[in-house]
Design a protein around this ligand. Structure first.
Ligand SMILES: Cc1cc2nc3c(=O)[nH]c(=O)nc-3n(C[C@H](O)[C@H](O)[C@H](O)COP(=O)(O)O)c2cc1C
Length: 209
């Protein structure tokens, strides 16, 4: 821990922060939100950038986290997937209003290994699995009727069978290179800590709110 940062000062929310495990506090905060029964505790905004430099963002569920990366699942032919295949850079925000906490994450995304995708897909409810087959995500849909027809068609096709994972469905892992923890405090004197990946180690900095 660098000596210029007093992480232990009285009242700090970040005493548990460890620059050798920069994502641990994120995992802890998600778990705390889950334990409190909060709605969508792992929902995160995901911003991507297309080949022309235009940003696009939307919500996804952060369904993977380890010591260096986070991840989510999606359609590999969607807008977000096209952006990631083109530029790889992502920026994400998670927010838990009841806890007054925000986390911002920047990193580089790559397609998730198929064994992780298979394991997650096969753990999903059957109707969600079938819905994935029926959705050509982010392309034009003539009517909701058409979507329901397609859903029923796949229900019949896979009746009494394990629903296979579509080849067009998968996930992305994001190798994190910057993470900011934000903690709400009275009078907008919020507490912010940024961890940035360096050549060897992560640096850790306190910044003004
Ligand atoms: C709370 C919430 C969670 C969502 N989670 C996912 C997700 O995990 N994966 C996904 O593909 N879409 C998810 N969506 C839908 C996306 O926000 C988006 O509409 C869709 O993925 C298409 O995005 P794109 O056109 O930018 O690719 C979620 C939406 C909400 C509101």
């Amino acid at each position: 821990m660098p000596s210029n940062l007093n992480i232990d000062e009285s009242g700090s929310q970040f005493k548990a922060l460890n620059s050798e495990r920069p994502l641990q506090l994120l995992a802890d905060w998600v778990q705390e939100a889950k334990d409190l029964g909060m709605a969508e505790p792992d929902a995160m905004n995901l911003a991507t950038v297309d080949a022309k430099g235009n940003p696009h963002n939307r919500m996804v569920l952060m369904r993977h986290i380890n010591e260096r990366e986070i991840g989510f699942f999606t359609n590999l032919e969607s807008r977000k997937a096209a952006d990631i295949f083109a530029t790889q850079r992502t920026s994400s925000t998670l927010w838990w209003p009841q806890l007054g906490r925000q986390v911002r994450i920047e990193g580089t995304a790559t397609e998730m290994p198929r064994d992780m995708v298979e394991a997650y897909y096969q753990s999903r409810p059957r109707k969600s699995q079938i819905a994935a087959w029926a959705s050509k995500q982010s392309t034009e849909l003539a009517s909701m009727n058409r979507l329901h027809q397609d859903f029923r068609q796949y229900e019949e096709k896979f009746s009494d069978k394990t629903v296979p994972t579509p080849t067009f469905w998968g996930g992305f892992t994001i190798l994190v290179d910057k993470i900011e923890y934000w903690y709400s405090k009275p009078f907008r004197l919020h507490e912010r800590i940024v961890l940035t990946k360096g050549e060897q180690n992560w640096s850790i900095t306190r910044i003004y709110p």
